[in-house]
Design a protein around this ligand. Structure first.
Ligand SMILES: *Cc1c(COP(=O)(O)O)cnc(C)c1O
Length: 427
């Protein structure tokens, strides 16, 4: 099949993320990927500024990760996890517990980030049933969050920017505090915590948990907020006996300059969700970590067990490549690499500040964001980036990049240069 025929069939029959099926936007056929480059079917190569949505931290076709998958294929691609276990799952659980704070000591493997959030929410609800407080089943979160596309996850996404307002009447009604306002690196304003403190005070007896993304809010607005917010929130949750869930699906594994974003605040949640970069972008896998206390409460609920068990739970290929990805990350100076990218992004994106269309430019770790006053026209802007040899996928008024950690200086400069030029041209 020629790639022209392939894209025609794709256009007629295959759904893409957040895309119309009656007037689908164009998609580019990718024939391969290597290092930081996507290789298009027509031979053009694009620097991937998105790491395939935060995942491909080591770039594509990394020899160590390729070898890990091949090696695992020699023993088994998959077996059910009910009543069975295997070395890749245990090895990965060991690594995750070693990397995260001590109170987190029970691991649930889920098959995607959204499912991890569902599992975290179910853990919180079942925990309160186990403790004889079934009225505690609601969630509190902050605006501008993003937690995935399944129903419980949607219920805690930002009700406006969350793209899910269509479902307002269908999903459970949760409580929303304003998003944290003190920016990362700014001077902490103690008033920032007051609204969430008031909601906790008023609703504690119906709350199962508070859920939010620590320090960096991703797809709900690409906002970076002050870690002190998390320290205050932890104290409030303790005072009101409410569980705290951190969604580190986007921020985990070094992206913000710390291995986990919660380390900026030195705060430990009761439940932690990991995903995206967990497998280095090779396979879908997520993990939910929790404390012995929460696990005991969950198991004390009527069912005696957590009511969740996906078919592909702890898939051995995914667990094996996740182990290899973590070892690869820890075996190199990842913090130095992320700092180098942070410097490159600050330098490279700085000229955007002079543009009238630009509201803000912000960088944290290996994340660079240019926020515009007006939403971007994706159909118009994408070909301009592609013409300059870069792959970016803005949403709303946000042009942002989180490149693979292996990106070189020249490529990083090209990526930033393309953003500056395209915004000069279009804005
Ligand atoms: C991407 C993301 C999710 C959802 O993960 P999927 O694997 O896409 O289901 C949840 N939370 C955050 C913070 C994310 O960035």
């Amino acid at each position: 099949m020629s790639w022209q025929d392939m894209t025609a069939f794709d256009r007629a029959h295959v759904w893409h993320p957040y895309a119309s099926m009656t007037d689908p936007p164009p998609v580019l056929p990718v024939a391969g990927a290597r290092g930081v480059y996507l290789e298009l079917a027509d031979g053009r190569r694009l620097i991937d500024g998105m790491s395939s949505w935060w995942c491909a931290i080591h770039g594509y076709r990394h020899p160590v990760l390729d070898a890990a998958v091949r090696e695992q294929l020699e023993s088994m691609a998959h077996v059910m996890f009910g009543g069975l276990t295997h070395e890749p799952a245990v090895a990965l659980a060991r690594r995750l517990l070693a990397l995260t704070p001590q109170p987190l000591e029970r691991v649930f493997f889920a098959d995607s980030g959204s499912v991890a959030v569902e599992v975290a929410v179910k853990m919180a609800i079942q925990y309160w049933r186990g403790r004889g407080r079934p009225r505690r089943h609601r969630l509190l979160t902050v605006r501008h969050g993003y937690h995935g596309d399944t129903l419980a996850a949607m219920s805690v996404c930002d009700p406006q920017t969350g793209m899910h307002h269509l479902f307002r009447d269908v999903v459970p009604r949760q409580l929303f505090a304003p998003a944290p306002r003190t920016p990362f690196g700014g001077t902490w304003d103690p008033r920032d915590i007051a609204p969430v403190a008031a909601l906790l005070e008023r609703h504690a007896d119906e709350l199962a948990a508070v859920i939010l993304e620590p320090v960096v809010q991703g797809a709900g607005g690409m906002r970076f907020y002050h870690p002190q917010y998390l320290r205050r929130l932890r104290a409030l949750c303790d005072a009101h006996d409410v569980l705290l869930i951190f969604d580190e699906i986007a921020t985990g594994f070094g992206r913000t300059g710390r291995l986990f974003a919660m380390e900026h605040a030195e705060v430990t949640p009761d439940v932690l969700c990991l995903g995206k970069a967990l497998t280095g972008g090779y396979l879908t896998l997520a993990a939910v970590l929790t404390t012995a206390e929460v696990a005991a409460g969950v198991s004390a609920a009527g069912s005696g067990c957590l009511m969740h068990g996906p078919t592909f739970m702890a898939n051995p290929l995914a667990c094996r490549v996740a182990c290899a990805s973590i070892d690869l990350l820890l075996g190199r100076d990842w913090a130095g690499e992320v700092r180098r990218i942070e410097r490159g992004l600050r330098r490279g994106l700085a000229p955007c500040r002079a543009l009238r269309a630009v509201r803000d430019v912000r960088v944290l770790g290996a994340i660079g964001v240019v926020e515009l006053h007006e939403p971007v026209d994706l159909r118009a802007i994408t070909p301009r980036f592609v013409a300059r040899g870069v792959w970016l996928r803005p949403f709303g008024p946000l042009v942002y990049t989180m490149p693979p950690y292996v990106i070189g200086e020249a490529e990083l400069a090209r990526l930033c240069g393309a953003i500056v030029e395209v915004l000069e041209e279009t804005a």
